[in-house]
Design a protein around this ligand. Structure first.
Ligand code: MRU
Length: 355
């Protein structure tokens, strides 16, 4: 099967602005948001016009380019980097991209006496943002192949595989191709896929609105289910692998990802399904020893109690809306990165690949 993934371009640079495919309104509308300032980019990240760990890192890098274009002082540029870095807390890719841009600025100022942003620095920042963008696509394609090979090698007989995925980890969440969805794409391209089970992913419906849309674009057959049906689907169908992305992987392999991922890992363990996390090295945070240290984002109650302009629960209902959870490494069979694959992750194995 030939993939048409390149048709989905969630992030692009127009030459003067960052163009984002608005993920708040998909699949009903194909609409773009143009960001002219770093503040526009931070707002787009907070409001989830752009979302998904790698995609928000790439967008933030272009946000730095937009900030530099104004020709401000280096000091105020640095303050803008902090503002962008704080747009969302859990996905480490955001901070990782900003730190890459910061290092470049630091290297520039240590070799020159400039206090204002110069054309040379602007050009360097542009080149770096494009590199972050392009490297992510390359990493995704590599992970797609690694993940596909690992899944095919795990089968005791030659047959097509059935997988379940959560949230959206495709071209919309990355620079292109996708992480977990990249592995699913690679399996589809090799005609090795029998079924994709897509969880709707309450409350923001990344599975229903975005993954279902991407798979439809790619003509990859799938079945959509409510999150609460995952156990039933695992119990009543042969699901070989649950494949998910990540927002942050700590030094022991614990993984933060979209709320519901931890529950899926527990269910997979019970039902004998394998559990795979697919994420680029920019999602790995070796500075945190375990998942307990990850800052989990909580979002507003309206995401739960409203659907458009309709109330789903009584007004003033007290709500808890953590949008990520942490899956312990002990429940993960495999972490796939562009640097290689880790089976049954431990701190020692993580260190070998990432230190
Ligand atoms: O809140 P979101 O939609 O940004 O959450 C996204 C996820 O949890 C993804 O699984 C993760 O960022 C990996 S995307 C390749």
């Amino acid at each position: 099967m030939q993939s048409s993934f390149s048709k989905i371009e969630a992030i692009s640079w127009t030459g003067t602005q960052l163009k984002l495919l608005d993920q708040q309104v998909l699949p009903n509308q194909i609409q773009y948001v143009l960001c002219s300032t770093a503040e526009d980019v931070a707002k787009a990240i907070q409001q989830m016009v752009v979302r998904g760990a790698p995609a928000i890192g790439v967008s933030a890098a272009y946000g730095v380019v937009l900030a530099a274009a104004v020709g401000q002082s280096i000091n105020s540029l640095m303050a803008t980097l902090d503002m962008l870095s704080a747009a969302r807390p859990t996905a480490v890719n955001l901070r990782w991209a900003i730190e890459r841009m910061r290092e470049l600025i630091n290297a520039h100022i240590s070799s020159s006496a400039d206090e204002q942003v110069t054309t040379l620095l602007k050009n360097k920042l542009m080149t770096e943002a494009v590199a972050i963008h392009q490297e992510d696509i390359v990493a995704n394609k590599t992970m797609g192949q690694y993940g596909k090979q690992a899944i095919l090698a795990s089968l005791s007989e030659a047959r097509k595989v059935s997988v379940m995925t959560h949230c959206n980890t495709g071209a919309l969440a990355t620079s292109g191709y996708g992480t977990a969805l990249g592995v699913i794409r690679a399996l589809a391209e090799a005609d090795e896929l029998s079924q994709v089970w897509v969880n709707e992913t309450r409350p923001w419906l990344q599975g229903a609105r975005l993954t279902a849309w991407e798979l439809t674009q790619e003509k990859i057959p799938f079945v959509l289910g409510v999150d609460g049906a995952a156990a039933y689907h695992m119990a009543t169908n042969k699901i070989d692998w649950v494949i998910v992305g990540a927002d942050r992987i700590t030094a022991n392999g614990d993984t933060a990802n979209k709320i519901g991922t931890y529950g899926l890992a527990l269910l997979a363990h019970h039902h004998g399904c394998k559990f795979m996390v697919v994420a680029p090295s920019s999602t790995v945070d070796m500075s945190l020893t375990s998942g307990e240290e990850i800052d989990i984002e909580y979002r507003e109650s309206n995401e739960l109690i409203m659907l458009g302009d309709k109330m789903l629960a009584p007004e003033n209902t007290s709500v808890s809306n953590p949008v990520f959870d942490v899956t312990p490494a002990s429940l993960i069979d495999m972490i796939v990165t562009e640097r290689g694959v880790i089976e049954n992750p431990t701190q020692a194995k993580m260190q070998q690949l990432f230190c």
